[in-house]
Design a protein around this ligand. Structure first.
Ligand code: CP
Length: 361
């Protein structure tokens, strides 16, 4: 058991009582992410470092020599992608990021193909992965399950890092990292993310991407967040409480067309009715929360339009060709950010710095 793993120093009973902010330090090693479980565990310097590494990896990956250098960095590692909820982007971008770094990926995407079908507990299934792999990347429908597994593995003789690739309705921290990187690149030439007005639109109550990104935006002074949704799908009180505690500005409203011309970034989301046993959200009038070609004329010339995807009809396909629509760039950034994150976890960032220095000198 690693002595410097803080999760070995607290019982599960006591750990559960902590707030997300109090839990954050338990997921770190020497100020670097070890487990990646929540947005609250990140500091501004950590975000800056991950964004810096991402840019360097992107540029190194443009040359054949650079590709070979990257593929050797973590070629001794194996990763298990345990995705028991549907995913296109998060699964494939992690898979591709593993390939970029030479990590050998394996996958379980359906519990009916694992011994869970014979009655094995999900905890034992994931513990089994730690016998064969050096990293677990996990998407799971149960909120908090990833934290439970991180604590459990930390208290075995095979503690390995756990990455939350989307948990329940609560957290999607690696999506928030790629969203921050995309926003930072978009605002690079006009003042960065600080003091920008950023609107979230759609199903905010059940949108884990929104909850994680809204949390990271608290690290950027002066950001004003707008939450634009029908009342029954509005953002949770815990996120509003965190914004108020940080002393930052926000607006909760349902007037989409009033907000469009005011903001620097719009983050559209789909109605997440897979969570909706009674299908009440299908009855919600969500047509008012769709970005159509007519809204392009209302949007500021240097504003940007994001979406974590998948989309349904909340952004018209004809909007895609507008240069302010950056969701396809956002998708690609996910691969580079996740590569940077895995290098950070395994403490190999300095090698990226050295290679990059040689490349640009
Ligand atoms: N943004 C996102 O999480 O997409 P997937 O569900 O396709 O992974």
């Amino acid at each position: 058991m690693y002595r410097d793993n803080p999760l070995t120093n607290i019982s599960w009973h006591d750990f559960q009582k902590l707030t997300p902010e109090q839990k954050g330090p338990y997921f770190l090693r020497e100020d670097r992410p070890y487990h990646v479980l929540t947005a609250q565990q990140f500091s501004r310097p950590m975000l800056e470092r991950i964004c810096d590494l991402t840019t360097k990896i992107r540029l190194i990956g443009k040359t054949k020599g650079g590709i070979h250098f990257l593929q050797d960095l973590l070629s001794e590692k194996r990763a298990m992608l345990y995705f028991v909820q549907p995913s296109t982007r998060t699964f494939l971008s992690f898979y591709a990021a593993c390939q970029i770094l030479g990590i050998a990926p394996a996958e379980v995407r359906d519990t009916t193909t694992s011994s869970e079908v014979k009655g094995e507990s999900p905890e034992d299934t994931v513990r089994t992965f730690s016998s064969y792999f050096d990293l677990i990347i996990m998407r799971h429908p149960v909120g908090g399950f990833a934290e439970r597994i991180a604590w459990l593995l930390s208290n075995t003789n095979r503690p390995i890092p756990l990455l939350n690739a989307g948990s329940g309705k609560d957290q999607h921290p690696t999506q928030a990292l790629l969203d921050i990187y995309t926003l930072q690149r978009s605002f690079e030439s006009h003042g960065g993310i600080e003091r920008k007005r950023i609107a979230f639109v759609g199903d905010l109550g059940r949108g884990r991407t929104v909850r994680s990104l809204a949390t990271l935006l608290l690290l950027y002074p002066g950001v004003r967040q707008y939450f634009v949704a029908p009342k029954e799908l509005q953002i949770g009180d815990d996120i509003i409480a965190a914004i108020e505690k940080a002393g930052m500005e926000y607006e909760v409203c349902d007037d989409f067309e009033q907000v469009v011309p005011e903001v620097d970034a719009i983050y559209m989301t789909r109605i997440q009715d897979e969570w909706d046993a009674s299908h009440e959200s299908r009855l919600t009038d969500s047509n008012r929360f769709h970005f159509t070609a007519k809204h392009l004329a209302m949007l500021k010339p240097d504003a940007v339009l994001l979406h974590p995807l998948p989309r349904r009809k909340e952004i018209d396909v004809e909007v895609d060709s507008d240069p302010r629509a950056i969701y396809w760039r956002q998708v690609r950034n996910g691969m580079w950010v996740r590569a940077a994150l895995m290098l950070t976890i395994f403490d190999r960032g300095v090698e990226i710095d050295r290679y990059y220095e040689d490349l640009v000198s």
